[in-house]
Each structure stands twice: as C-alpha cells, then as structure tokens.
Write a protein of this length. Sequence first.
Lengths: 388, 325
Amino acid sequence: MGSVRTAVVGVGQTRHVAARHDVSMAGLVREAAREALDDAGMDFGDVDAVVIGKAPDMFEGVVMPELYLADALGATGKPMLRVHTAGSVGGSTAIVAAKLVMAGIHERVLTVAFEKQSESNATWGLTVEMPFSAPLVAGAGGYFAPLIRAYIRRSGAPSHIGHLVAVKDRRNALRNPKAHLHLPDIDLKAVEESFLLWEPLRYLDTCPSSDGAMALVLGSEDVAATVPGPVAWIHGTAMRSEPTMFAGRDQVNPRAGRECAADVYAQAGVTDPRRDFDCAEVYVPFSWYEPMWLENLGFCAQGEGWKLTESGATALDGDIPWNPSGGVLSSNPIGASGMIRFGEAAQQVRGRAGDCQVPLHTGRALGHAYGGGSQFFSMWVVGAELPA
Amino acid sequence: MSEALVEHHVLEYPGGYTRSVGPALSRYLSGLRDGVIVGVRGADGRVLVPPTEYDPVTAADLDDYVEVGPAGTVVAWTWVAEPRPGKHHLDRSFAFALVRPDGADTAMVHVVDARRPDELAIGARVAPRWAAERHGYVTDLEAWVPLPEGQAASPAPPNAAADASDEAITGIVTPIRLEYDINAGIAASKYLRALGERRIVGQRAVDSDQVYVPPRGSDPTSGAPTEVEVEVGQKGTVTTYCVVNIPGLSENAPEIPYVCAQILLDGSNTPWFGLVHGVAPDDVRMGMRVGAVWVDDPGPNAGSIKWFEPTGAPDAPYEEYKDYA
C-alpha cells in the first residue's frame, strides 16, 4: 500500500446492452465518465490523469484507445495511460489508477474501461487462426469448459450447481437497472433446456456479449473529504499473473489466484473472507466459476465451493452474497467487466447499490477480476471506513 | 535444418469491423455523401474539421456544426512520385497534403491529384473532386485538385449511387487488414518439422524431467532453455474435454459437434489440445486412451495430426492424470 489513503469518490456506468448503435466508442466511454464525475461533484477539468482499459485489440480493431479516446475523456494536457491484461483489465486498470493516488503522484484520477463487442465478434477475436496451429478451440467456452469438467470430477459436484448460479445471478440482475440481461422468467428449467454450447455449459450458463463502459474517480484522503457523497476506501489491492501452460499447473485452482487473494486479504486484515466481507463481486463468466472461485479465493475449503452455492449462502439473502449486481453472467462488456466488479463492490460499501444493496455489517466488500487462460488476477478490498 | 519456419499471415476480421459513428461523424459522413464538408465549432470559436464530438481543449460537448469549403488551402504537403499498386489511393504521382477547407481552422489529411510537384506550394488553392457515387466514406471526396487562380470550386454533382439515401449515416464498415510474416521460433520449428515426419517431439530443460509439448524454447517454471529434445508417444490420455456445439468462424474450423480434449501424451508433462474423433461425443470419457491419426501428407504444421481416436485400451486411472487437467 502507498502512503496516501485513497478512496473511490465517484462511480458511473452505462446501461449495458447487446449493441449501442447510437453512440461511438467515444460516446460510450463518455457516458460512464460523465456519470462518475457527476457522482464525485467534478468536471473533466478537475481530473489530474486518466487511465483507460479495454480487452484484446482484435475485439473492435482499435489498438490505441488511449489516443483515440483522449478527447472524449478530457485527457488533453494530462497523463493518459492504457492498461491491458486481457479479461482482468477492468480490475488492473482501476488498480493502476488507484496506485497513482496512493503513491502521492495525483490527487484525482479518472479511470474508464469499456468494450463495444457489437463492432465485431469476440469468439473470432479469441480464436484467430494462426499459421502452424490448428483451429480447435471455439471461443472462451471451448477453453474453460474442459476445466469445469475437471472441477466437477475433482469435487464430485452434482451437475445442476452451475445452473443454480445461472439463475441466481440473473435474478439479482432484475434488481439492477444497468444490467444487460433482464430475464424475468429465468428458472432452473429454462437453464436446463437452453442450448448446449460447450458441454457441460449450456447457453444460459454463459455470459452475454455486451456494449458498455464503467468509470471510477479515485481521490486522495483530502479529496474524499470534499466530495458530496459517501466514498469507498481502498483497503488493499493485488495483482498476480502466471503462464498459460506449465508442467504441474493447476488450471482449475490457479496458484496466481490463491496468492493474489492471500496478498489482498493480508493488506486488509481479512482472515475469514466469508465472515469479513458483506458481499463479493467476482468475475464469473461461466456459471461454474462461482464454486470454483469460492474455493480459489478461500471462502471455503477445497471441494466445498459447490456446497456453499447449493446452500444459498451466495444468494442475495445468503450470509455471503456473490454478485448481487447480477455479475458478468448478466452484463459482459469484456474490458469493463472487471471494473464493474470493482465499482459494484464500492457501491455496496457506499450504500449506493440500490435494489441490489446488501446489509452492511463489516462494511467491506471484495472486487475481483481474472483474464486470459485464468492467468491474470486483480482484486481489491473496499470498505466504508478508513483503512487502519 | 536449424532455421526457424516463417509463414505469411493475413489477419482480417471477416466482413470488416463495424463502427457506430456517433453524432459528429454521422454529420461529417452524411455530408460527404451529399457533397459538402461539415465541421464543428469548438469552445474557443475555432472550426474543427473533421468534426469532433468533444472539444479537444476543454472536453466540452460540441454540436454547433458548420459547413466549410468547398475550396481549401494547402498547409503542408509531400510528393509521392511512385505510388505503390494496391497501397495508395491513386495510381499516378500525387501529393499527400494537409488541406484547410475555407472557413475551417484545422487541416485534414487527404491527397491532392496534381500532375507535377511544381503545381503545389504551401498556400496553394485546391478544390474537391467528388466521386460520382458516394456512400458516406472519406473517399467520397475522391481527391483535392489544384484550383486555378480566380476560379471558384464547382458544387458536387448529384449522387449517382444506386442506393443513394437522405438518411443520416449512423454506421460504417471499416475493413482492417494486417499482413505479416510469423516466425515460429527455433524450438517450435523443431517440433513442427518433426510433425512433418510423423513424430511428436517435445523438449525439456537440462536439469528438469518436465517435457513440454509443444516446446516454447524455455521452461516457464525456471526460465531455463529446453535444450533436450524428447520424442513422446503418439498415444495419450484424455485428461478433460468438452463437446463443442457452436461453429468456429474460421473456414477450417471442424464441423460441429466435435470433441476438443486436453490430451496428455505418453512421456509428456503438459496436456495438449486436440480433437477426438471416431467415437460418438457422448462416449468420450476423462481417462480415455487415444492415439494420433495423421493426415496423408503431413507437413511442418499442427494440422498434420488430423485428430485422435480411441485405442480401445482400458481407461487410465484418475490418479494417473488428475494433476494434469
């Protein structure tokens, strides 16, 4: 942790939808940035630096968003950085922005992450055919479904556990006006009868493809004292990475994820995440990743994640709600998805989560993102109270 | 045979990326289609062309659109004596220039179709030559041409495009093509050449027993070079898999449904993605023993192994492969 105590002082996001044909990419990021600045009682001129993130360039064919979107984000004459860590980028972008304040370099930093998936096709972007290799894996599901099968084998989880998560997160999304998917009739039967894409994953076990943007304003302790609304204090941040493939790699329960969680918990003084957090916003793009990450993040013992899900502990009225906002399963503008997790965690501890609000006991929440072949992890702990 | 394999590659999204253009470029592109150049007035009163959605100085929203031109002035230029076929906009010598349309305070990059460089100078007057058929792209303004002294620019001819419409342009398609040579690297080239000989050859570091297939030249756990070549078995165990029911976008993608498996080849320590064929997808199992089936004419590429088929041998016990899933 740096020496300057730092808080999320503004949060803004677009309504996430399948296609925003009415706005340019500039217009999309602008909407989120405008809302975050309004929330913080600021204008573009008040910001010292801008940090932007998006997922792999092939998704929209835009390789320099930091250049292309500088005008829209008021970055003229200011430092502007772009962060890139695949699907975890929304989280790592927020962390880079926060560190600029923690380090005492800037007082007010605007950070924005986005994806406009409607401009191409992410499945193509993730599985571009290259020389010397054979086209085998169709999209992210083709990569992750075998790992889910390995998890099921390892844990002995019954086959409906994933579907429970698919229903729970979509029901949560019905309370979130910004969520992409609003499926009022969602139930177990609907998930079980949806098309089998990448066995064992059915259509409703997977995230949608969304256009959307998320923005946060990070401020120093001095700035936090001047903003109109409540703030979310940053109690810890951590990032870890590991290679896609090495001998002995546990792809189901990656070491980088375990160590990233241990690091951020140590910074925040969290010893029992299930007890010490009021909720968690965790990157769950495929339903089964809830029980898998419950174990990876230490919310339960190995092999017990599916039992926690099945018991209802992670539901909105459970003792440790996961993804009260509806999560990635309900909105997935890929580059923004990690920052949405971080921002929704902040909204919870600010008491600003609307109909998705959980009761605050510890006043602390976890934001989590992962990307690549489960090889990039970024996490933060936010709290209603100043960090110790 | 120690040189790395190199192959030419074209990266292009099928059909081209789309762009929702937003309000400012919608005005600009619709204007080009209609034969006029549209700019926008910035917060300080300057007229920017092409128009931006947001003020580059104050970040304010901009929506005070103004028509500029049609004639303009060359602000800077460079002569292209030998245009490259297929790469340049014109097939004869021309100038790239920054042209400031009359009434604008900024210049736009475009081409000037001049016969000789001495027709151009900083401050030279130019006029647009419009395409007969216009669709809302910057190429609707085909080129700028030198404007003789005392003459005014002519208005654009009516749009001759068959699908000409008055509706605002809200989206365009932008083909982006990237061509380059990919170098497989020395380690992968050894592996690929072996595939051409129907052999699967991995590598390990000198002081490690962990065999990597395909090799990447170094052991990611230690960074040590993988200098020792190890031929591994052509049979292996399915450690985990999925049945794919959605088609890939590539022309060469397998037909659905197909089984994509992580296969631990005998003697290797890294599972390897491969297709499992010759068995109904529902009959594939974790632990199933499979063997490589080669194409008739293998070469130095991963396509040399057509797929894997069950060997019929008893399944491997879970304990043997569980750490490789």
